[in-house]
Design a protein around this ligand. Structure first.
Ligand code: SF4
Ligand code: MG
Length: 335
């Protein structure tokens, strides 16, 4: 499988200004040494609670913010070495769908204008063919040709998200970053939009980076899943492996909150103590140690690396010092 995107040691520290002179007094370590890859044609979901750094990671890939450190290779090219202008051209290949299409669609533009303008900016489709192409795109996303001259407010939330998807598709991208793309929609509409995304992925060989907090949604759409906690990836694996065999104590707790339909197979709900600590002064060592039922002194001192696990299938990685002992039962949780 071809790696389309490779994120290496990405850091995003946002300065906090203070004092009399507006000096930088501290940093929000929103993303702190994150690495992962996305293969062509797959959906990698990045999941975690709000503030874990998943959206910040997406924004860095889109170059909406410039990262503090690290590299982001797209199709073999380091995006961070590109000038703003070169990056604008690259945006043809990397598009985004946000949670709230209403905020990202110009309310004074008709759908025809929204779609043809996107084509114009990236210079894709000859000028005299753009309206025709816009109509095709509407039909591709499940809307009608007659709706082409309407304004965003004339659509329902789900339809508006379809317009947002059509706009992303208009420039024929390779990668689409979906940041909480269905979070604002009703559950039944969510399923329709997720199914549409899957259909489009097959049709156009699209690759998705799917940022979400809802594990049900993630389970529906993903091929692989990365779990983030407080600015770090703590586990990454194939969806099946991750959902059926979570390894990291945080992932286990997160997944234990999903209700299971099968009463025979009831999992115990793991309730973590305390809240997620502040990303301004994150815990030393393993960032999860303040809440982890297995934490030891080593966990407080050493940062665990995201590493392959011998007892799991290839590509299942987790960042925890004690996984082997937890799995074998040699370590008991201290709830
Ligand atoms: Fe828990 Fe330690 Fe593993 Fe972190 S490294 S998840 S604190 S056992
Ligand atoms: Mg977010």
């Amino acid at each position: 499988q071809k790696e389309l995107l490779k994120v290496n040691h990405l850091k995003q520290y946002f300065p906090i200004k203070g004092g009399f002179f507006g000096r930088t007094v501290n940093h929000v370590k929103a993303v702190d040494d994150v690495s992962f890859e996305i293969y062509e044609g797959e959906t990698l979901s990045v999941v975690g609670e709000s503030g874990c750094g998943k959206s910040t990671t997406g924004r860095a890939i889109l170059r909406l913010d410039d990262p503090t450190e690290g590299t982001i290779e797209f199709d073999g090219e380091d995006l961070l070495s590109l000038s703003k202008r070169e990056m604008r051209n690259r945006r043809k290949d990397i598009q985004v769908i946000f949670q709230d299409p209403y905020a990202s669609l110009n309310p004074r533009q008709t759908v025809a204008k929204i779609l043809t303008e996107a084509m114009e900016i990236q210079n894709v489709v000859p000028k005299n063919k753009r309206r025709e192409r816009a109509i095709e795109l509407l039909e591709t996303v499940g809307l009608n040709a007659e709706q082409i001259d309407r304004y965003p407010h004339e659509f329902s939330g789900g339809q508006r998200q379809r317009v947002g998807i059509a706009r992303a598709l208009a420039v024929e991208p390779k990668l689409i970053v979906c940041d909480e793309a269905v979070s604002a929609l009703d559950v039944s509409v969510q399923a329709q939009v997720l199914n549409l995304l899957k259909k489009l992925q097959r049709e156009f060989n699209l690759t998705f980076l799917f940022i979400a907090h809802d594990l049900g949604v993630v389970r529906h759409i993903s091929d692989r899943v990365a779990v983030m906690y407080l600015g770090k990836v703590v586990e990454i694996a194939d969806k099946k492996s991750l959902f059926e065999n979570p390894q990291h104590p945080y992932t286990k707790a997160l997944l234990s909150a999903i209700p299971t339909p099968d009463p025979e197979n009831k999992k115990e709900r793991i309730v973590l103590k305390g809240d997620v600590p502040s990303p301004i002064d994150p815990p030393t060592g393993c960032r999860f140690h303040t809440r982890c039922p297995f934490a030891t002194d080593l966990c407080k001192q050493d940062i665990p690396e995201l590493r392959n696990l011998d007892h799991m299938e290839e590509g299942h990685r987790a960042a925890c010092h004690h996984i082997e002992k937890i799995v074998s039962g040699d370590m008991k949780p201290n709830y």
